[in-house]
Design a protein. Sequence first.
Length: 191
Amino acid sequence: MSARPRRLSHVIGVDDAPFARDHRGDVPVVGTVFAGLRLEGVLSTRVRRDGRNATTAIAAMVSGSRFYAQVQVIMLQGIAVAGFNVVDIAALRDALSLPVVVVARRLPNLEAIRDALLSRVRGGRRKWALIERAGAMEPAGGVYVQRAGISLEDTSALIARLSVHGNLPEPLRAAHLIAGGLTTGESRGRA
């Protein structure tokens, strides 16, 4: 008999802001702090487009906030932000001593990602290794996840509790909307 899923409720959802195709430089990243389904706060940082500072920037954003002591889980909308700035989810878990869950609406085309990384992105081999190390995406609550420091059962239960307007958990939905509104003047697209 398996143990009951942990009742996790304090989550920071992280998503990047939209940016123009020809943009070079830094891209805003937003974190939404939730206690259950209630938005408690908003965090932000910036990461280099196609760079390699996402893990440290997100860790600093979270650990430097007044919310850090209450947070139980970090959720990322995708394993990369700002193009191909890939998050090392094991290093993020270790830096924050918190579980990390990567959420995707559908399975990514890993072959296309690998080809793009290895042929067009500086440091692509290292970034591809981070994606592989994160493990295969698994179905959970109508989405797909990669995870570090949390069971699939706990992840599925958390997603089920936090997904009230579709399959995307509210912390990620809110981060997406806020990031879009901050950079373009209004949120748009599917959240």
